[in-house]
Ligand binder design. Structure first.
Ligand SMILES: NC(=O)c1ccc[n+]([C@@H]2O[C@H](COP(=O)([O-])OP(=O)(O)OC[C@H]3O[C@@H](n4cnc5c(N)ncnc54)[C@H](OP(=O)(O)O)[C@@H]3O)[C@@H](O)[C@H]2O)c1
Length: 254
């Protein structure tokens, strides 16, 4: 792959971190983002020394519309030549029947997974349109295809991501901008720990008796998508662990 610049949200752990390393291994310069500054700085230094690419770490919250705007607008000119936008930052918060749902958790998911993705897209995509070139990859979920018990609002946010992805694909067709998504099933990252508000036992139970996906599996999907020839667009890659049939049917060992 010729030298490209990728803007990846949520790279302080999980998929984002693996995707950042993978794209760096392919020679991309990176803008990496997240709220945990220390992790971002360490990651930037590690990636620079391992892969010899340029890395710009930007610490901000995707829920803050004005900060998203200022962050993108104040990028140095050469960093505005963004070839790849990976909208990855996101989370599940809680898993509760809708009638008992924590409204603060709902707001966090909607504000991050839907509004945050839209803010970043709104400010980055015009830079691609100007150059008539680019590729947006939205990290969705199997939860965007099917719902599951107590998954209500998280599933709604990922259904929204899928609608936004399809809408983007239509709107950006004439701009020569590819739009793809990745829809993973259960993957072991910090995702479940965040979902269960730090309860390690509940987080571990999600992966009990299965071999979950890992962040490298998602980086593999990204690598496949970005290395297709110019005339090919991968619309979506849906991948699950072997022991997961859909959002709620698992075959657990033991
Ligand atoms: N793991 C799974 O089973 C799974 C399956 C399907 C889809 N997904 C999706 O994959 C994406 C990545 O999740 P993951 O599994 O890699 O989880 P993770 O390990 O918890 O990583 C989430 C990343 O998002 C960032 N983030 C969260 N809220 C943010 C905010 N308000 N502003 C900026 N950054 C924010 C976090 O950084 P900071 O905390 O430093 O801000 C972190 O880098 C999410 O969209 C998730 O919904 C995950």
């Amino acid at each position: 792959m010729s030298t490209k610049t990728a803007f990846i949200t949520g790279t302080t752990s999980g998929f984002g971190l693996a995707i950042a390393n993978r794209l760096a291994s392919l020679g991309c310069n990176l803008i990496i983002t997240g709220r945990r500054r220390e992790r971002l700085e360490t990651e930037a230094a590690d990636i620079r020394s391992h892969y010899g690419v340029e890395v710009l770490p930007l610490c901000f919250d995707v829920r803050d519309r004005e900060v998203c705007r200022q962050t993108v607008e104040s990028l140095p000119e050469r960093w505005k030549q963004i070839d790849l936008l990976i909208n990855n930052a996101g989370l599940a918060a809680g898993a509760t029947p809708v009638q008992d749902g924590d409204i603060d958790d709902w707001e966090r998911m909607i504000d991050t997974n839907v509004k945050g993705l839209l803010y970043i897209s709104r400010f980055v995509i015009p830079l691609m349109v100007k150059r008539k070139s680019g590729h947006v990859i939205n990290i969705s979920s199997i939860a965007g295809v099917e719902v599951y018990p107590s998954g209500n609002v998280y599933c709604a946010t990922k259904h929204a991501v899928n609608a936004i992805t399809k809408g983007m694909r239509i709107d950006l067709l004439k701009e020569n901008i590819k739009v793809s998504s990745i829809s993973p099933g259960a993957a072991e990252t910090e995702f479940s720990l965040v979902r269960y508000h730090g309860d390690q036992e509940k987080a571990d139970a999600v992966y009990k008796g299965i071999v979950p996906l890992n962040a490298e599996d998602i980086a593999d999907a990204v690598e496949f998508i970005v290395t297709r020839p110019p005339h090919v667009n991968i619309n979506d890659i849906l991948l699950t662990p072997v022991r997961q049939a859909n959002t709620y049917v698992y075959h657990r060992e033991g």
